[in-house]
Unconditional design. Structure first.
Length: 166
């Protein structure tokens, strides 16, 4: 079921089963993640089948055509500070237009996704889609347990005239 949370953020509840979410958490725990400049731990999964599945799902549900640019399993650590409201920077992510998050657990306190107009407490298996280049968004501090998620950054591959970008 699609919910339009505030005309700019789309929510698809129960996109992934709890079992599949747990599988990604276990994969993350087995492999050594990278630490990026936001002090979050990442395990890149650009070659995982989930990237193709999410792309096909979004293109089937929405009037968009997207290309994959980056994907990962992340963890927002218990006690990690709030990630302040921001938009994505074209200098850092030049091919990023849309962002997708899939929440792998909900047994943490706080850690809400937020924008200027909404606050969403993630539920296991839910998928959130939005334009990360235009939508101000952030993450509130997690105060108990770790918050696991999948993140995808997509490039819009169609221009304003409905032509494929080259």
């Amino acid at each position: 079921m699609i919910k339009n949370l505030n005309n700019s953020v789309l929510l698809f509840e129960n996109y992934l089963t709890k079992e599949r979410c747990e599988g990604f958490i276990q994969k993350y725990k087995k492999e050594k993640p990278n630490v990026d400049h936001h002090r979050q731990n990442w395990l890149y999964i650009v070659d995982d089948i989930i990237v193709k599945e999410v792309k096909q799902f979004l293109e089937g549900m929405l009037p968009i055509k997207i290309g994959g640019w980056n994907a990962g399993i992340g963890v927002w650590l218990d006690g990690l500070d709030t990630y302040p409201i921001h938009v994505h920077d074209k200098n850092v992510r030049p091919n990023n237009d849309f962002t997708t998050l899939i929440y792998l657990n909900d047994d943490f306190d706080n850690g809400e996704f937020y924008t200027e107009n909404l606050t969403y407490k993630p539920k296991t298996g839910s998928l959130v889609f939005f334009n990360g280049m235009e939508m101000l968004h952030g993450v509130k501090k997690v105060t108990k347990n770790n918050r696991y998620y999948l993140i995808f950054w997509w490039e819009n591959t169609v221009d304003d005239n409905n032509n494929t970008k080259t």
